[in-house]
Design a protein around this ligand. Structure first.
Ligand code: PYC
Length: 311
């Protein structure tokens, strides 16, 4: 299996170029459903230890079902498929450029949740026009074990997010453990109280916000990802959910820039235009760098050839 690794503002992506499973005919959403149901071992073998790690997001290249798309892609992490992934889309565009499959300019990628437009500005800088994002609930308060009440919004940016302003713990790299613990407890409180996205969807990402460290930026965040790791980048879908909340509160006008800083200090430049269904169409600009090109080997005698899965 041939893979190309990159990081987007610190967050890793592994693109599976060849050697992925045959997902049969149909739309990308149908292929993604088959991939979700029948390929846990494949996902774990690619992004789980010992070949990967908790923070890694996989991007399985599949033929697009639409002629206007230059790639079809299914994103996944150590646990499950991801509907959309902003950092991995930037990583994918830079990887396809590294492979000579795309040149600077506009491209369209088909994902299970819709088509995203991608502008490759140069070898490393990409803008992603994400799917329409919206806020579902404002000011939901949950009682968090060991911390007390935490209030936030529930919003969709391609994944479901709970977004809490004014993090009670400073958003510094040295606090990553307590921040992870707090966000896991917030997620457990949401589950306990039956707070979900639409149609009972699990809110699998939790975002905390606070003041930026660099005064040139607008805000800093910490983002818990589904597997329990944190996003090293400011999170593309999380930033889209944030834009939906800023727009709904009248705090950011269409076309105005917002610079979102991650817990490690990397940034995305964000803006939006109004969406047709009352939400926002976000644009996320960031940089990715290819770090490695390799073949994954699967020795039948290796007891961990499909990943270390202890849960
Ligand atoms: O950038 O959308 C994103 C993302 C989701 C999970 C990790 N990164």
């Amino acid at each position: 299996m041939h893979v190309i690794d990159s990081h987007t503002e610190g967050e890793p992506t592994r693109v599976v170029v060849t050697g992925g499973p045959d997902l049969g005919p149909g739309s990308l959403a149908e292929k993604a459903a088959r991939f979700a149901e029948g390929h846990a071992g494949f996902r774990a073998s690619v992004v789980q230890e010992p070949r990967g790690h908790e923070a890694m997001v996989g991007a399985l290249l599949v033929p697009p079902s639409r002629q206007d798309c230059s790639a079809g892609v299914i994103y996944f992490n150590t646990l499950q498929n991801l509907g959309m992934c902003g950092h991995a889309t930037i990583g994918l565009a830079v990887t396809l450029a590294h492979m000579g499959r795309v040149s600077p300019g506009r491209h369209r990628f088909e994902t299970p949740v819709g088509v995203v437009d991608v502008d490759l500005h140069d070898a490393n800088t990409v803008s992603v026009v994400n799917i329409e994002s919206h806020r579902l609930h404002k000011d939901v308060t949950v009682e968090v074990e060991g911390h007390g009440p935490v209030t936030g919004d529930v919003a969709w940016g391609g994944n479901w997010f709970f977004l809490a302003k004014n993090s009670p713990i400073a958003l510094k790299a040295e606090n990553i453990r307590p921040l992870t613990d707090l966000t896991l407890r917030i997620r457990a409180a949401l589950e306990r109280d039956g707070i979900t996205g639409t149609e009972g969807a699990w809110i699998d990402h939790v975002e905390l916000f606070g003041p930026p460290q660099d005064p040139a930026n607008d805000s800093r965040n910490f983002v818990l990802c589904p597997g329990g790791s944190y996003d090293r980048s400011p999170c593309g879908t999380g930033s889209s959910a944030k834009l939906a909340c800023l727009a709904a509160d009248g705090l950011l006008a269409p076309g105005e820039d917002w610079v979102q800083e991650s817990v490690i200090g990397s940034t995305y430049r964000l803006s939006y235009r109004p969406g047709p269904d009352g939400g926002v169409i976000p644009t996320i600009t960031g940089r990715a760098f290819v770090t490695c090109e390799s073949d994954l080997l699967f020795d039948p005698a290796d007891p961990y050839r499909t990943g270390i899965r202890v849960a």
